[in-house]
Ligand binder design. Structure first.
Ligand SMILES: Cc1cc2nc3c(=O)[nH]c(=O)nc-3n(C[C@H](O)[C@H](O)[C@H](O)COP(=O)(O)OP(=O)(O)OC[C@H]3O[C@@H](n4cnc5c(N)ncnc54)[C@H](O)[C@@H]3O)c2cc1C
Length: 195
């Protein structure tokens, strides 16, 4: 652990991000920083292992955030589909739209259960790197798919900032990137499968 008031520790500029713009994201800069041994977590060389173990706990949390974004996008899309009348009937009466909404519901429910499963394992004392990676990866991927489809259901309005789905789409993208990219999640999953 490095206290932020240690000489040599500073932060970079506020990043101008595509999404999740309400959070303040900055580079942390360490310039010739010296800290006391009492700030060391665990014993010598334990640091990487401890850092990796924290991911078992944090990845289901990131997955859950992705589930929330996807659910919100699905709810906006469903409500809009019932209101928007084209060619004499609500677009919700079109099977093409119904199937998109149904696929959203399948993905949201499946992702939510994977996140709960990974969180349950962690809460109950099991080590769960594979399940945490599966939950984060699947939830991040479906959030991107569901929010992109929600923009589609709203048509041109989906692309406008007047409606929230374009924001959900931008926010969803981050969940395929941080806490380890989804390529890295797949590497973790494959390593546990293959040994
Ligand atoms: C908004 C935001 C907030 C963040 N917050 C934090 C934070 O709080 N704390 C923190 O520590 N980090 C944070 N990060 C950093 C984030 O975790 C990294 O950006 C992410 O892990 C990817 O690392 P990278 O950017 O170096 O990409 P790279 O490692 O350069 O990857 C680039 C591409 O190559 C692929 N790739 C790289 N290596 C492999 C491989 N071995 N196999 C297959 N594909 C590979 C990646 O999947 C990706 O597609 C944040 C990032 C963002 C965008």
């Amino acid at each position: 652990m490095v206290p932020t008031d240690t000489p040599g520790v500073s932060s970079g500029k506020k990043e101008n991000k595509m999404g999740q713009r309400t959070t303040d994201t900055r580079e942390v800069i360490f310039d010739n920083v010296h800290i006391s041994i009492r700030y060391r977590l665990g014993e010598g060389n334990d640091g990487f292992k401890i850092a990796m173990m924290t991911l078992d706990e944090s990845r289901p949390g990131i997955g859950s955030a992705a589930v929330g974004i996807a659910r919100a996008a699905m709810e906006v899309a469903a409500a809009y589909a019932k209101e928007r009348v084209q060619f004499g009937k609500p677009i919700a009466a079109q099977q093409a739209i119904q199937f998109m909404l149904a696929d959203m519901a399948i993905k949201v429910d499946a992702a939510r259960l994977l996140c709960w499963h990974a969180a349950w394992l962690h809460d109950n004392g099991y080590r769960s790197p594979k399940e945490s990676a599966i939950a984060k990866c699947f939830a991040g991927d479906i959030a991107m798919q569901v929010t992109t489809d929600a923009v589609q259901v709203l048509g041109g309005y989906g692309y406008m900032k007047e409606y929230p789905v374009e924001k959900y789409m931008r926010d969803a993208k981050l969940h395929q990137l941080y806490e380890g990219t989804n390529q890295i999640q797949r590497s973790v999953i494959a390593r546990h499968l293959l040994g």
